[in-house]
Design a protein around this ligand. Structure first.
Ligand SMILES: NC(=O)c1ccc[n+]([C@@H]2O[C@H](COP(=O)([O-])OP(=O)(O)OC[C@H]3O[C@@H](n4cnc5c(N)ncnc54)[C@H](O)[C@@H]3O)[C@@H](O)[C@H]2O)c1
Length: 249
């Protein structure tokens, strides 16, 4: 089960963290992985660790917020390893200028664009670059990594990020309906708090989670492997919460 041999997977923002874990798991199941990151050295490092482990992977360093760069980067990678069968929209954060944090009432409207561009337009740009090919070939998988910030909401002063993450969910769901008849699925993983480099902060975050631990890239990667596989062929338009039992919608 969950064999991804002969599949090509593009994972955005895979130079570290959750994306690197997803890239490793897909490669372990046999996929050839296109490792994207806006920071080229990070993509190179992920590819190095995958190829050292005997997997097949190449880099594709582009900024998901730039549609022209996305299309050019995807086409160049496809010329090398073949068409993308699996897109994992993982790149996401507060945007190029960093996460704007504050109550919505206080935030400068100029700060909204960054998180919405990367978390919503980034997803749409990458989908635009690959879904026509998926539909023409009669198979494909789009998996968007979102957040509880986009489903239940979070009261930590990140409303523009929530808007981007929620937009990514809504877009992916509607895309799923449009491409279902072509054998292409589109689903979202709304993930909870991940471990942080500082163990003290991780420990304190874990206390708010029913399972009493933060998530790991492997927790998210396992769900990506399943959604990418033939076995998940009848799963589409879903938003699956992976968060250790935290309160959701
Ligand atoms: N860490 C968490 O607790 C958490 C919780 C919920 C959701 N998420 C979501 O999970 C995903 C991964 O999170 P993470 O913690 O691993 O992030 P991270 O910041 O550790 O890594 C993200 C990677 O994406 C790259 N990236 C950023 N902007 C990019 C762009 N415009 N184009 C291409 N690459 C870009 C970065 O260089 C980085 O290597 C994100 O979408 C994030 O919003 C994370």
């Amino acid at each position: 089960m969950f064999d991804l041999t002969d599949r090509v997977a593009l994972v955005t923002g895979a130079g570290q963290g959750v994306g690197a874990g997803i890239a490793a798991a897909l490669a372990e199941q046999g996929a050839t992985v296109i490792v994207n990151d806006v920071v080229p050295e990070r993509a190179v490092e992920t590819v190095r660790s995958l190829t050292d482990a005997g997997r097949t992977a190449i880099t594709a360093s582009f900024d998901v917020t730039d549609l022209d760069a996305v299309v050019a980067g995807v086409r160049a990678a496809e010329a090398e390893v073949g068409p993308v069968d699996v897109l994992v929209n993982n790149a996401g954060n507060g945007g190029a200028a960093g996460m704007p944090v504050g109550s919505f009432r206080d935030l400068d409207p100029a700060s909204w664009d960054g998180p919405i561009r990367v978390n919503l337009y980034g997803v749409m740009h990458c989908a635009k670059a690959v879904v026509d090919g998926m539909c023409e070939r009669g198979r494909g998988r789009v998996i968007t990594i979102s957040s509880g910030a986009g489903t239940a909401g979070v009261s930590i002063g990140v409303s523009p990020y929530s808007a981007g993450k929620g937009g990514g969910i809504a877009f992916t769901r509607t895309l799923a309906l449009e491409v279902a008849r072509f054998g292409v699925t589109a689903n979202t993983l709304a993930i909870g708090l991940m471990e942080l480099p500082d163990p003290t902060i991780t420990e304190s975050l874990a206390r708010s989670i029913p399972m009493r631990r933060t998530g790991t890239p492997a927790d998210i990667a396992a769900a990506c492997v399943w959604l990418a596989s033939d076995e998940a062929g009848w799963v589409t338009g879903q938003t699956i919460e992976i968060n250790g039992g935290s309160v959701t919608t």
